[in-house]
Design a protein around this ligand. Structure first.
Ligand code: SF4
Length: 328
């Protein structure tokens, strides 16, 4: 591991000032970043420890929403009564991620910033990785692509985003609150991560030096009917082949509104807006569900070794919506 300077930030303003330095990175739980540094994938000159900042509270908002501080641990957020009661989808997604030990260390802000688990990205013996080394190529394009993207990929990168939590946040219309040098702003969770395009080295729409301070969830009508379905190679401690965050606002056996997002299929959580529109006003019958699932995958462009994900995603959508609606 390359030598680096370590600074423990004492307040948010000084953290943001320090974060402007060109090769500085924020660290909280460090569950992904430290691994990347050990493997020389990330080589920051300075780490700014933001884990002791006063960003560790979960508090209700006056409009019925909920603010979760960026330093809250994943396990604490998953177990919090307000999260479990109002946003069970988020609690389920958090508990589907990583292992108990990692969830005890990982922060909410850090979860959003974890990087793809594309094995070519992690293994520096492969020189071609546009995400690690812009302009070097993409080893996965001619390599093993079983875990890779079927939606929204580019010729520069076909990696997928690994977070389960971010999939639930995209479905729930959460926003991410960030502080920069001059101001504060919010980004919709569904637009926080980027598609790879020509710049796969950029995972998110954060500007350099911006610090995530909180995740805010709007008042929700989806607490009673939600389900996070994660399909993976092992029952635990494995990244999603496909996951589905489904939340329904139901009335008299019909869907008033649906929220569906997919994980494991794209460079960002993939909101299935066509499917949501098709389900509005419908009962949960098999033909309506299958049609909505087909619509979500219309633009899929798989490779031979990950073509199975297309049908898997369709079936996962049907299953997740049925469970969310109490019909399975
Ligand atoms: Fe790198 Fe993306 Fe290609 Fe993986 S898919 S090797 S992360 S450029």
């Amino acid at each position: 591991m390359r030598d680096f300077r370590y600074t423990r930030a004492s307040d948010i303003d000084s953290a943001v000032r320090a974060g402007r330095s060109s090769n500085a990175k924020f660290v909280a739980g460090g569950t992904n970043l430290i691994d990347l540094m050990k493997g020389a994938v990330e080589q920051p000159e300075e780490l700014i420890d933001v884990s002791r900042l006063p960003l560790d509270r979960i508090e209700p908002l006056v409009d019925g929403g909920l603010r979760i501080g960026a330093a809250v641990k994943n396990s604490d957020a998953a177990a919090h009564p307000l999260v479990r009661d109002r946003y069970p989808l988020l609690s389920q997604a958090l508990l589907a991620g990583a292992s108990a030990q990692l969830r005890n260390m990982a922060s909410m802000g850090g979860n959003l910033l974890q990087r793809t688990r594309c094995h070519y990205f992690y293994d520096t013996a492969f020189k071609a990785c546009n995400k690690r080394s812009p302009g070097s190529g993409c080893a996965a394009l001619e390599g093993e692509r079983r875990m890779h993207a079927i939606l929204g990929a580019s010729e520069r990168c076909i990696a997928v985003h690994p977070s389960d939590m971010a999939v639930a946040l995209a479905a729930l219309d959460a926003v991410v609150r960030v502080r920069g040098a001059a101001s504060e702003r919010t980004l919709p969770a569904a637009e926080f991560h980027r598609l790879p395009g020509d710049t796969p080295e950029r995972d998110t729409n954060l500007e350099h030096g911006e610090l995530i301070t909180a995740i805010e969830l709007p008042a929700s009508r989806f607490g009673a009917n939600a389900h996070y379905l994660k399909i993976r190679d092992r029952a635990s401690y494995a990244f999603a082949l496909v996951s589905v965050a489904a939340a329904l606002d139901m009335q008299d056996g019909r869907v008033r509104q649906a929220r569906i997002a997919l994980g494991g299929v794209a460079h960002k959580p993939w909101r299935a807006r066509r499917s949501e529109e098709m389900l509005a006003g419908k009962s949960l019958d098999a033909s309506a569900l299958r049609a909505a699932a087909e619509a979500a995958l219309l633009d899929a462009k798989p490779y031979p070794d990950n073509a199975f994900k297309v049908e898997l995603a369709k079936r996962a959508i049907v299953r997740a919506v049925l469970v969310a609606g109490g019909a399975a």
